[in-house]
Ligand binder design. Structure first.
Ligand code: CTP
Ligand code: ZN
Length: 155
């Protein structure tokens, strides 16, 4: 966005850039941002990008993100880069990869899966394919796709 910044630079905070167009709201959902937390938040949707046709950007002033949030972001926005800004400079740029194992973040859609019936059991999915995203429940072998993950996160 060299010609025409839509929103101003952050002083301190997190910029999630290169989000596939249309997924910014899902990213906010993952971060639990409803708008009443007090942080300044900028949502930029469907802007041109050099690396992809169109992208979304989420800027959050004065807030960092946890490892768990970063993992969930990769699942719904695999192209995203997470930029940590301090004193107006990007001090860290994280480009995460979908992990081999996704634990305790997603629910298995199979109602008789042990992870839905034993309160002690934590869900665990194994990455079967990255693009298209396919995850397999490590307990009952039910497959879930990127659409299933998005639906879960947005529900
Ligand atoms: N940014 C910001 N405030 C800052 C610094 C950067 O909001 N003080 C934003 C930029 O607008 C951009 C993102 O953070 O959306 C990444 O910044 P930068 O690394 O400077 O941009 P690029 O080099 O274009 O990033 P990339 O190579 O990841 O495309
Ligand atoms: Zn299962």
């Amino acid at each position: 966005m060299k010609n025409g910044l839509i929103v101003s630079k952050l002083k301190n905070g997190t910029v999630i850039d290169h989000i596939p167009a249309g997924r910014a709201l899902a990213v906010l959902k993952v971060l639990g941002i409803k708008g009443n937390e007090g942080n300044r938040v900028a949502l930029v949707m469907n802007v041109e990008s050099k690396k992809m046709q169109r992208k979304d950007i989420v800027k959050i002033d004065g807030r960092s993100i946890t490892e768990k949030e970063a993992q969930l972001i990769t699942l719904i926005a695999p192209t995203a880069t997470i930029n940590i800004v301090k004193d107006y400079e990007v001090i860290e740029k994280r480009k995460l990869d979908i992990p081999e194992k996704v634990e305790g973040l997603l629910k298995c859609p199979n109602p008789s899966c042990i992870t839905n019936n034993d309160i002690e059991a934590k869900s665990r999915f194994i990455k079967e394919s990255k693009s298209p995203l396919i995850l397999k429940c490590d307990y009952c072998e039910t497959y879930i796709t990127e659409e299933d993950v998005l639906r879960q996160i947005l529900s």
